[in-house]
Design a protein around this ligand. Sequence first.
Ligand code: UD1
Ligand code: UDP
Length: 353
Amino acid sequence: MKIVSVIGARPQFIKAAAVSRVLRATPGMQEILVHTGQHYDQNMSDIFFRQLAIPEPDYNLEVGSGSHAHQTGMMLKGVEDVLLKEKPDYALVYGDTNSTLAGALAATKLHIPVAHVEAGLRSFNRLMPEEINRIVTDRISDVLFAPTLTAITNLKNEGLEPQTVFSGDVMYDSVLFYREMVVAGGDKYKTDGIPCSYLLATIHRAENTDNPENLKNIFHAFSRIESPIVLPVHPRTARLLKTEINMPANVILIEPVGYLEMLYLTMHAEKVLTDSGGLQKEAYFLGRQCITMRTETEWVETLHDNWNIITGPDPEKIIEAVKSEQPDAPQRQDFGTGKSAEVISHTLMLSDI
Ligand code: UD1
Ligand code: UDP
């Protein structure tokens, strides 16, 4: 069976690391990897391929940055060319980025079946570009790999149950696999200049970066927190920090780090403040309380017992959440068994019989 996997943005490299490893160990399976080039800086792309031993992409479309329509249009054309040449049995897409949408749309128009990893996530907020990407991708995909029961319910509510398979979350697979490496590495993955005690933050969502008021409110909250706050800066946020923000003295800005360094930073943080999808779950899997600076989350399973607190960009809510008690209830097993990639590989192989 021949699969063309389409990836392009940081979280997709981490998801594909888990799945590609299993696909390539499955007899009879051939994977062709397409990198759209949506993320291209060394520390947003290459570092993950090297560190996580993701196979070199067979194609790099080098699409780069641009408006949604421009970027997605360039990807559509590039992915279509690859699909016409490779004639795969399946196109495999991940998550909710423009690379996901382009991969799914190019394939389905060529009557190539599409499998969507991390299907069924919904924020019910159509102002998020990711929500549009998810809804469209799920609607046109042939196999929907749902990471949680909530995702299954969302798909059922949209009449998409027949093509849904519960796989569990491939990001849970990745955390379990790479956590061992980080623990065994001692301080090998510690980032220079990080204090013993700190909060870890990331910010990159359009709702927080395109709206200067929200960004200012978040940094206003940070300035009123005593602990140092370590912030690996996403390139989307970098230039805004220079023009829009008076940087509080307790905020330690660092370049984006590799996945193993990020796991280390998360494991050793007092708490995590983020608007990232992936980091909310990693905090949960690694037993760190998360404060989500968005007005909703797709990962509602993380909300029990205050493991994840939704604050939006509201300074008072952020400060209150930072002061709140650490959860003492155990985390639940809502994200599968850490073998999601195996479920995905087996399901695709069986669909070929
Ligand atoms: C994208 C995804 C988002 C995901 C995020 C992961 C979409 C619509 N959004 O958002 O769902 O959470 O990736 O990180 O697909 N840039 C660089 N270097 C890079 C990449 C980006 O400088 O290597 C800068 C460019 O100025 C670019 C901006 O970041 O315009 C935004 O990049 P883009 O890929 O369009 O969206 P993200 O915000 O990264
Ligand atoms: N991440 C990383 N280095 C960083 C920041 C994040 O490796 O400097 C990882 C993080 O651990 C998670 C993934 O990137 O696995 C999340 O990506 P991002 O927040 O960019 O996107 P989202 O998950 O919100 O789509």
